[in-house]
Design a protein. Structure first.
Length: 513
């Protein structure tokens, strides 16, 4: 499953579970500030919980990774160009359709919010305004309910009498002083990405209810007569448009608000119920964690599936055809076209070996990982032809005859320990630098590029079966073959403690000075 889709699903589950906790345990309490904090905490933590087990910002994207399978890399008479990876079957890409629908929903939700913001801004410019106690009061010639938006209070000019004015303005001011609009912005930001999840809209509705309770409480603490204030609520119970970013003197909440004003205060001890959200969050973290543990895999022999991606270190691109084997075995797999792989491993103490033509081999222990991403460094021999070479006359050089494989030797394309040249890559590059020439014909024609030469190194370290796997031009190809046959002294490859014949490739990059 795409990691982002998995993230959206897990965050949606978290939102649902935590909202159910609020609805069942805290909804009817009169600790409004605490309830507000619990709802906001639930919104934010639901976005964080799924991140504890996902690598959203790394390169691994297992959109079409190959299922686990086993290839025996032990004995083969085939060369590397005969090894292929089966292409995945072509199917209808349902994820693309789902992604398109999801992005369309995001666009519609976001456009709706932009429209409402523009509408309120236009209404502000076209209506009468006056300042009052540091706030702007806007008188609108429309049949609406009073509401607040940032530092603006919107009132219907013909519906508010002097008896109600002060109470209504005090109510709306309390919304602004307690920054209730910030809660709504947070809710709407979550709703943009969770637009399909009805629970998000329940959060918005519940937060608006709590905002009204808090505003009512603030007005009554100023000494406002409770009966008079409730009468104003009833008188102002009329329909009107709903604005997402606003807090309204809303008729749909009138009955609940009056009930809460008359309700006995919930005991302080009841506030401890809110602490139950802590083990609930912990439970979600455990539920979303990777189910494989050391007790389940590696210690009792049950296999675990390791997934990941192999990329080219210098470019960040996926590297297809990389051999991934379990060290000490001939079990492994090849990466798919995106460089992704999946491999079953029966022991967490094992190590994986990553090897690809033209790249340095890497060995990584499995340990407690279920995802292993690898960057392979290109192992190209870059030669400098600007300062010349020791060998200046090709006519005096006799090319060694190429030995053909008798067919009786066992050749390996993947081993535990690769063949080693004395002194390593630097020494090999130095040898080639001193012995290879840039053909004059290739120079005149401006031909350059990477020639990949494939050959086998037998159990005694001797080179056999030299051939060009990927050429550039006849001149460069022939020179690469000639010098390859001059190389001696290889330390043979090892498999299970024994020297064996190994198929290897050597990329040589010809660049004009």
């Amino acid at each position: 499953m795409n990691n982002f889709v998995e993230y959206i699903i897990k965050s949606g589950i978290s939102l649902t579970v935590l909202y159910l906790f609020y609805w069942l345990v805290l909804r009817n309490d009169t600790h409004f500030r605490l309830n507000r904090l619990v709802l906001l905490f639930s919104l934010v933590i639901s976005l964080i919980i799924p991140l504890t087990d996902l690598d959203l910002f790394k390169v691994n994207r297992l959109r079409d990774a190959l299922p686990p399978f086993v290839i025996n890399f032990g004995e083969t008479d085939a060369s590397l160009d005969q090894i292929s990876v089966a292409a995945p079957a072509k199917t209808v890409d349902a994820w693309k359709i789902i992604t398109l629908i999801y992005l369309l929903g995001i666009g519609v939700t976001f456009a709706r919010l932009i429209y409402q913001a523009i509408y309120l801004q236009a209404v502000s410019r076209l209506s009468d305004k006056h300042s009052r106690d540091g706030y702007t009061v806007i008188s609108m010639n429309t049949d609406i309910m009073p509401f607040s938006y940032f530092k603006r209070i919107f009132l219907p000019a013909s519906k508010i009498d002097d008896f109600s004015m002060n109470s209504i303005i005090a109510h709306e001011k309390s919304h602004m002083m307690q920054y209730h609009y910030m809660d709504l912005f947070i809710t709407e930001a979550v709703a943009i990405f969770q637009w399909f999840n009805p629970v998000v809209w329940f959060y918005e509705r519940s937060l608006k209810e709590i905002h009204e309770y808090l505003a009512d409480e603030a007005v009554l603490t100023t000494g406002e007569d409770r009966g008079k204030y409730q009468a104003i609520l009833v008188n102002e119970a009329m329909g009107g448009p709903v604005f997402v970013f606003t807090n309204q003197f809303n008729q749909s909440l009138i009955k609940k608000r009056i009930t809460m004003m008359n309700k006995l205060k919930t005991s302080r001890l009841a506030q401890l119920k809110a602490l139950l959200v802590v083990p609930l969050v912990a439970g979600l973290l455990v539920a979303f964690a990777n189910p494989q543990t050391s007790a389940q895999a590696g210690t009792d022999g049950n296999p675990i599936t390791i997934t990941g991606q192999v990329i080219v270190k210098t470019t960040g691109e996926g590297l297809p055809g990389t051999a991934v084997i379990i060290k000490g075995t001939t079990n492994g797999t090849l990466t798919n076209r995106n460089g992704e792989y999946a491999l079953e491993v029966g022991d967490r103490n094992a190590s994986l070996i990553f090897s690809c033509v033209g790249f340095k081999t890497e060995e990584i222990p499995v340990s407690n990982n279920t995802k292993i991403n690898v960057e392979l460094q290109e192992d190209v021999l870059m030669l400098d032809f600007e300062h010349g070479n020791k060998m200046q006359d090709m006519s005096n050089q006799q090319q060694k005859p190429r030995k053909e494989n008798t067919g009786n030797e066992k050749m390996y394309v993947m081993v535990e320990d690769n063949p080693a040249y004395p002194g390593g890559t630097d020494a090999l590059q130095k040898f080639l630098q001193e012995n290879i020439l840039y053909p004059e014909a290739a120079k005149r024609n401006g031909i350059q590029g990477i020639v990949i030469v494939q050959y086998t190194i037998d159990g005694k370290g001797a080179i056999k079966n030299v051939k060009v796997m990927r050429g550039v031009s006849p001149e460069l190809d022939e020179e690469a073959l000639r010098v390859t046959n001059l190389i001696t002294g290889w330390k043979p490859a090892m498999q299970n403690g024994k020297s064996i014949t190994r198929v290897v490739s050597m990329p040589v990059k010809f660049v004009l000075p």
